[in-house]
Design a protein around this ligand. Sequence first.
Ligand SMILES: [Zn+2]
Length: 140
Amino acid sequence: MRYHGYHHGTSGVGMIAVEDAEGNTLGVVHHVVVDSPTGLSWGFVGSGPADTARSVLLAALDEDARCQTCRGTGYLTADNADTIRRGAASTARTACTDCDRGYRHVPYRLFTTDHVAHWGEQWCMTRQQVLDWLAAHQHG
Ligand SMILES: [Zn+2]
């Protein structure tokens, strides 16, 4: 499986396709919007590339991208009562502090300067390459 970035149409919107080894499109990388509601971009350092980095890293992690503490919801609820702040009402929703809106923390800034900032108009990176990079930099 690999990720293939390109610009869609005349508007130049950044798209990242998920492809198999033969280049068949399986889907697109979901844009995890944090810094750049206007879209994904690359080739420089900024909010668009930051979202690209985060989205690609989380896509490669797949199910592992989900925060274990809050099960990916971003909130602590009665379902994980042992972690609810003492004294909070049982129905109260407390923002989870172990994650970024339900997603695991990933070193997206480093991935941006290592990779995303250097990508040209089109780029390809395999899921394994992303996971290898992540394994080497997870605690960096
Ligand atoms: Zn969480």
